[in-house]
Design a protein around this ligand. Sequence first.
Ligand SMILES: C[S@@+](CC[C@H](N)C(=O)[O-])C[C@H]1O[C@@H](n2cnc3c(N)ncnc32)[C@H](O)[C@@H]1O
Length: 207
Amino acid sequence: MIEVKNIEQIGILPSNKCDSFTQPYVWGSFIKPEPSVFEGIIKNKNPKRYFEFGTGCGVSVQIVKTVYPECECFSIDKDDFRTHRDGHSKQLGEIPEAHFWKGNTYTKRFPKSLFESFDIVLVDAGHWIADCANDTGRAMDLVKPGGLLMWHDVILGDTYGDVFEGEKYKNLKVSKSIEVAKYLKDSFPLTVTLIKGTTLAIMEVKE
Ligand SMILES: C[S@@+](CC[C@H](N)C(=O)[O-])C[C@H]1O[C@@H](n2cnc3c(N)ncnc32)[C@H](O)[C@@H]1O
């Protein structure tokens, strides 16, 4: 189930420490204003450990490490994340210090010692319903009680213009593979909060 709230309602203050490498956006990653909202969420949660499904070029990990350099970050992608990063290396700069795993989220075996150990887990790998179901289930094992689960690319409408301001998004159709909202709306049995003006959804995991 999905409820929609704005950032004031959930008590998040946007933060802009990472503007130098998040603006202009890297396609496939966060679109303005998502980087500053994501940064605000990280600041609010003060994570000691962070896990991400779908490293991409590593922007989200880089934001977490910029805000909290002491946070231990783990991230998995079926591709070597450097291949996604190559085209953006000038904008993104140095690779953050993290456990970047190369592996498939369907088959990677996570050490039991990591279970219930993460303050924040971001689900942002495959975007078909089956991918979301697999990765969300696995994320539930990794997040600790009282931790935060997040999803990216949660889009309720048909076009990016339903979410983002600007001419270029107006008629930009959401690709078929963006089924994250459908999964959360129709199949996930708990209520998640979609942050208005972004495609980020969050859910506090109960103690
Ligand atoms: C939208 S991008 C992630 C963007 C990233 N979170 C960021 O901040 O830049 C999705 C990534 O998920 C990866 N991916 C898709 N399906 C996967 C799977 N089954 N296992 C591991 N990685 C997967 C893709 O290779 C791609 O790099």
